[in-house]
Write a protein that binds this ligand. Structure first.
Ligand SMILES: [Zn+2]
Length: 338
């Protein structure tokens, strides 16, 4: 190749991406409360999704050839992704002409990582760190003579048995009723070079005790967004170790949550985002399960039942296996190039 031509190729290779970064602005993009939003119709077209008319004007439903189904609701910060509720960082907007808009941030940080192949090559899960919440002087939630710390440990021991039977190596932050600082739990997982961190908790509420039931699964909040429940739980926007693997943590939380909700028939209280210390300080993909409400009489009875915990552990194992499968190369459709 003559030197002049080579220079031209080099010039184009350097300049074109720069120009594209400046000029590519998706059609119909708008700014809502300081955040970039784009019409869901444009995104759908680009990624080979089509609209499904479900007769609801406040909802926008999409499907594609791979039978994936996405449901977005006006003003809602929860989307439904293939039958599972997932928290968004910003509400879906509907303009006066009936066009639905979604924050670009949510497309990049939540929707796309769950429906397209992850951009990084997967690492096989060998070691799983289980973290039964609370312990020792910290009983966790206390309801009618039952301590949360007792049931998180019982669930962890059951889960340990099932994971070992499935071929995983399991390490555990505590195997008896002892107290551990949150930072000790994270550093234990890091020290043991775990490939996945699974934190186990149960929930309680003072409001509408008989009505509130179900499961919620947390993963790290992306930088630049508030946590799903921001109050008092590290609402800062700064980067932490957990953010380096946030796409994988989201996928792990999604698969574990999906398996729990589907297999237990439990109420889906969504995959949520939080900057809990253990999610921030662990360097591997990490999920934090709130496995039901001890304040709900029906759910509490199940939590205290060994057979139900066995089913719960089996669902978590299935979710972990699905997570492993979904990170395998070409398990999911690739994102379309705009
Ligand atoms: Zn707890």
């Amino acid at each position: 190749m003559p030197p002049g031509k080579l220079r031209g190729v080099k010039f184009a290779a350097v300049l074109l991406p720069l120009l594209c970064a400046l000029c590519v602005q998706p059609a119909g993009a708008v700014v809502v409360n300081g955040h970039d939003y784009r019409p869901l119709t444009g995104w759908a077209m680009e990624n080979k999704f089509r609209e499904v008319n479900d007769g609801r004007s406040d909802r926008f439903t999409l499907t594609n050839g791979a039978a994936q189904r996405l449901v977005f609701e006006k003003n809602s910060v929860t989307a439904e992704i293939n039958g599972v509720k997932v928290a968004l960082s910003f509400p879906v907007a509907l303009d006066k002409s009936g066009v639905f808009f979604i924050a670009r941030f949510d497309l990049i940080k939540t929707v796309e990582p769950l429906i397209f192949s992850p951009p990084v090559s997967p690492k096989k899960i060998t070691t799983i760190c289980l973290d039964p919440g609370h312990g020792g002087k910290d009983p966790g939630k206390q309801v009618g003579g039952h301590d949360e710390k007792t049931y998180t440990l019982l669930l962890a021991e059951e889960l340990r048995r099932q994971l070992v039977a499935a071929g995983f190596k399991v390490v555990q932050t505590r195997r008896k009723d002892n107290y551990l600082e949150l930072s000790e739990r994270a550093s234990f997982a890091n020290r043991n070079k775990a490939d996945l961190f699974v934190c186990l908790h149960f929930n309680a509420t003072e409001v509408a005790k008989n009505e509130v039931a179900g499961l919620q699964t947390y993963c790290i909040t992306p930088v630049g967004a508030s946590s799903t429940e921001a109050a008092g739980r590290g609402a800062g926007h700064s980067m932490c170790a957990g953010n380096r693997v946030e796409a994988k943590s989201l996928l792990a939380a999604y698969q574990v949550h999906r398996a729990l909700v589907k297999n237990l028939g439990a109420n889906d209280r969504s995959v949520r985002r939080a900057r809990f210390e253990v999610l921030c300080e662990t360097t591997m993909p990490a999920v934090y399960i709130e496995g039901g409400y001890m304040t709900n009489p029906v759910e509490a009875k199940k939590i205290y039942d060994a057979l139900y915990r066995k089913q719960m552990a089996a669902a978590i194992v299935r979710g972990i296996l699905n997570y492993q499968k979904s990170t395998a190369p070409s398990a999911l459709p690739k994102k379309q190039k705009p």
